[in-house]
Ligand binder design. Sequence first.
Ligand code: NAP
Length: 413
Amino acid sequence: MYKAEKRMKGELIRKAGNGSFIIPDTPLIPYIEGDGVGRDIWPASRMVFDAAIQSAYGNARKIAWREVLAGEKAMKETGTPLPDETLDTIARCHIAIKGPLTTPVGTGFRSLNVALRKHFDLYTCIRPVRYFEGVVSPVKEPEKLDVVIFRENVEDVYAGLEWPRGSKEAGELIADLKERFGWQIPEDAGIGIKFISEGNTRRFVKRAFDYALKHGRKSVTFVHKGNIMKYTEGAFREWAYHVAREMYGDVIVLEEDLAGGRPPQGKIVVKDRIADAMFQMILLRPDEFDVLVLPNLNGDYLSDACAAQVGGIGMAPGANVGDDVAIFEATHGSAPKYAGQDKVNPSSLILSGAMMLDFMGWGEAARLIELGVEAAVKRGRVTYDLARFRPDAEEVACSEFAREIIQGFPSLR
Ligand code: NAP
């Protein structure tokens, strides 16, 4: 913990009766530095957040940061990767931000990211994906993509309900399914359960519509594989349309009712697409899409595909949001081979912080950060990942790039 953190106490964010958050002028916000490159990108990002808040509000607002432990640092200091104290502090503070956490492959503890999502019921993953001028992209017109992906975060085959091949549980389930329903599953199969429920789909879809309305987005598209998986993905589509009609009927228009015509002014167009077709449409006609709403697995895939289309996940921010807690995070991993080198691109965490400030209602500071990142990338003094594709660019360190972003803030006075 930095010395200044002990001195600055901060105030707790509270929840209002209507479910919204009440943000004081000096909110206490816990952060998880993260493993690997977390130690590089966190200090760089924090410098940008503090500078943006200072530029936007002078001394009237300031975040009281409080470090909480998770991952390797927590293992070293407490012997457990996700201490109760970390969970308790995040629960009390409601809003937190985190760097990447390493997940051991095959052995060791399960993903801490999944554990956090489950513990706080962070049922909505939000990933805005847009182009920044100056980033080299594999497509001709990357600027045409500007989407916000809503991925359901706690259900689907991703929920982690699975048993390995040869286990007692897998064997019993295979035998039971055969006996009761006549389902033929090879005896040497591993088994995973896919489930999608009405209640969880409804609350998730509602969040996507609230976001679309608040941010003036033009369309909401449900993406699903309901033609094949009728009672999970197909039902997801049906329930999503129910939410649209029942709760947002006065502000939406269904694509099928437009019959190819232009939507009435101010209305959100609601449509759906089959997932595999969507992967080609988003590449061929990206400007036809805006807010995208998907179940867990396909949401994960489409987020990375979209990020690649605008130059890679190094620039993509993310948030995991529940009813009581929201955690904002870099979408890339801990990239251990670069740890401690002050080398990697901090933009993913920095833009996640901008999302957090926006969520808190501190939109002026969020805009400064977005404009600062835009300006820095355009100027061409960038981290190695962006510099390697641009002969005109100069490679700078992670911390230096953060300073470039701050220099790119437009003057507010
Ligand atoms: P990764 O850490 O994202 O790194 C893969 C590659 O992506 C890096 O070698 C680098 O590519 C590029 N990259 C990642 N972050 C970058 C940044 N900030 N700036 C520039 N380039 C960046 O993926 P991984 O190696 O598969 O995963 C490592 C660990 O992170 C695993 O334990 C995984 O489970 C975990 N992980 C955590 C999260 C999370 O906490 N949310 C998410 C994903 C993965 P080049 O070397 O080609 O430049």
